[in-house]
Write a protein that binds this ligand. Structure first.
Ligand code: ADP
Ligand code: 5GP
Length: 188
């Protein structure tokens, strides 16, 4: 079903590490500057060039646990040895103002959001093949071999769950995937 362009809604984008979520989201934001993307909290160390408050809120495990305990996260999950979660207040404020929200999160978080926002729209981004996914993770050059192995193991589980989603977009040709996301999100 095509989304309404006037009704504020929550879109979740999920897909295995290395499939191209970050690349596509930054292209979407260049083309649609008003698109609001939630900035997640994480216990992962910043990668080169990543800034606190822009790419993630980088927290200690203690601070992250405190956020969970005080109900400050809409959802959270462990992924490849680190914790990731969506700060609740900014998302709720955005939706309360009638503005659309985009979450770029992994599978367990998407499942939690599906329970709390059943009216949200959930998109799974899939690679053209598992081999291509591995090449992209390695080609990105940001992860240790141990992290790559964890991410690939998790990728198999995530790929098995794609039928749970409202739509699946294959990121083979970047421009084709971008156009498909724009259509599904009601941006064009
Ligand atoms: P994710 O955010 O899903 O972990 P990234 O956006 O970091 O993935 O992309 C992983 C790597 O794959 C990057 O080096 C990126 O340039 C590359 N990439 C993304 N989309 C494509 C595509 N359609 N074709 C080829 N390479 C791609
Ligand atoms: P990365 O370490 O590559 O930035 O992210 C690893 C994974 O964590 C990706 O699949 C990404 O979508 C996911 N992720 C990022 N932020 C969140 C979040 O707030 N919640 C959940 N559940 N997953 C997240």
């Amino acid at each position: 079903m095509a989304p309404s362009e006037t009704c504020a809604r929550l879109t979740v984008l999920t897909g295995p590490s290395g499939v191209g979520k970050g690349t596509l989201v930054s292209r979407l934001r260049e083309r649609h500057p008003r698109l609001w993307l939630s900035v997640s909290a994480t216990t992962r160390a910043p990668r080169e060039g990543e800034e606190h408050g822009q790419h993630y809120f980088f927290h200690s495990r203690e601070r992250f646990d405190a956020l969970v305990a005080e109900g400050g996260l809409l959802e959270w999950a462990e992924f490849a040895g680190n914790c990731y979660g969506t700060p609740r207040q900014p998302v709720e404020a955005q939706l309360a103002s009638g503005l659309p929200v985009l979450l770029e999160i992994e599978l367990e978080g998407a499942r939690q959001v599906r329970r709390s926002f059943p009216e949200g729209f959930q998109i799974f981004l899939a690679p053209p093949s598992f081999e291509e996914l591995e090449q992209r993770i390695r080609g990105r050059g940001t992860d240790s071999e141990e992290a790559i192995q964890k991410r690939l193991a998790r990728a198999r589980q995530e790929l098995d769950a794609q039928a749970e989603f409202d739509a699946v977009v294959v990121n083979d040709d970047l421009d084709v995937a971008l156009a498909e996301l724009e259509r599904l999100m009601g941006l064009v």
